[in-house]
Write a protein that binds this ligand. Structure first.
Ligand code: NAD
Ligand code: WQD
Length: 343
């Protein structure tokens, strides 16, 4: 691995970005974080600095601000970008599609244009397994058909994927890797950094964690009539630190070739909602009150990855299991019942 790379992390104060930041610093990269703190806290970056004993150059700003991007690329000799900044709440995207397209699509275009002006052509992009939409054939590999995403959020990711593919075909200097994450959960085992859910969580594990800590009364399980082993939805949960390692592997690979590449980052194993509840009960030593309610619109019955391409091309595979994810998630929740309190 080239330890001298200088990387710009957009959205580096967020849940996944902060874990990748930690891994990048541990690997010896120099890192600049650009984040407008719209859905995160400066405290996450401070805690990563504390955990690693390294200093991060933090820029408060928006990815849609082209002048600010030009300034950052002029001031720092950036070699590559990892692009996490964006909005990710599916329900919110249905209510505010323009805000989502502006941040996720326009923001990505603005970023790529600034990169090209600065002569920086190496990019890792955060996409999602929800671009596969509703598929019956499992596992999902990179050649599985892209579906019809159920939300503007999903569409915004699919649009950016297409834009990046077109960009790489237009100019051979680009080296772009899209990573389709399955369901990231967990936290750093120190309990110092983790997912700071604002308001009522829409994702399963953060919701269960808030039920376990007494912040919510019970979990609503969306549907128990799916064609799965126990009738509840099945997903490929992946530890956020395994996911972070996948980014370093992808970046390493992008330094060796140009063009557009796509990799699924998942474990290859699916767990039902009921299995996750039982796993969390073991992790926290208490029962999770839950009740079955109708299916959530837009949900798919099952989704899990075929991670073979990432294994063969990146030499990456997940190492941590569901128990690790849930234990680490619970530790973070217990130690930070209200998330990062300092802004
Ligand atoms: P997050 O909200 O914790 O992090 C996103 C970060 O981007 C936040 O720190 C936020 O303040 C910042 N941001 C938002 N708009 C910005 C803007 N205009 N300019 C600068 N910064 C801005 O989310 P996350 O879970 O860490 O997700 C990171 C990326 O991964 C996102 O692009 C998300 O869509 C994608 N993703 C997440 C998941 C998941 O389940 N968490 C799954 C698949 C893909
Ligand atoms: C998992 C399972 C639910 C909450 C979404 C996005 C994806 C990515 C991750 C951002 C499903 C069930 C959930 C609850 C429940 N995000 N559930 N009760 O829907 O697979 O993926 O988040 O990029 O793009 O689509 O994740 O954690 O919301 O749901 O029963 O309160 O848990 O029905 O079966 P999902 P999830």
């Amino acid at each position: 691995m080239n330890k001298k790379l200088k990387i710009l992390l957009t959205g580096g104060a967020g849940y996944i970005g902060s874990h990748v930041l930690l891994r990048c610093l541990e690997a010896g990269y120099e890192v600049i974080v650009l984040d407008n703190l719209e859905n995160s806290s400066r405290e996450s970056v401070r805690r990563v600095e504390h955990l690693t004993g390294r200093v991060v150059h933090f820029c408060l700003g928006d990815i849609r601000d082209a002048e600010n991007l030009d300034r950052i690329f002029t001031e720092h000799q950036v070699d590559a970008v990892m692009h996490f900044a964006g909005l990710k709440a599916i329900g919110e995207s249905l209510a505010e599609p323009l805000r989502y397209y502006d941040t996720n699509v326009n923001g990505s275009v603005t970023l790529c244009a600034a990169m090209a002006r600065a002569g920086v052509f190496r990019l890792v992009f955060s996409s999602t397994a929800s671009v596969y939409g509703n598929q019956t054939e499992m596992p999902l590999n990179e050649s599985s058909p892209r579906g019809s995403p159920a939300s503007p959020y999903g569409w915004s990711k699919l649009m950016v994927e297409q834009i990046l593919e077109d960009l790489a075909s237009s100019d051979p200097r680009w080296s772009i890797g899209t990573l389709r994450y399955f369901n990231p959960v967990g936290a750093h085992p120190s309990g110092q950094i983790g997912e700071d859910s604002q308001g009522e969580p829409s994702n399963l594990v953060p919701y269960i964690a808030q039920v376990a800590s007494g912040r919510r009364k019970h979990l609503s399980v969306y549907g128990n009539d799916y064609p799965t082993t126990d009738g509840t939805g099945v997903r490929d949960y992946i530890h956020v630190l395994d996911l972070a390692d996948g980014h370093l592997a992808a970046m390493d690979r992008l330094t060796q070739s140009t063009g557009y590449k796509l990799w699924n980052l998942g474990t290859g194993q699916g767990f039902s909602v009921q299995e996750v509840i039982r796993g969390f009960e073991q992790a926290c030593g208490q029962s999770i009150p839950h009740r079955f309610v109708p299916r959530r619109p837009g949900d798919v019955a099952q989704s899990w990855a075929d991670p073979a391409l990432a294994r063969s091309e990146l030499g990456w595979q997940s190492k941590l299991g569901l128990d690790d994810m849930l234990a680490d998630h619970w530790r973070w929740q217990k130690m930070n019942p209200t998330g990062y309190t300092k802004k």
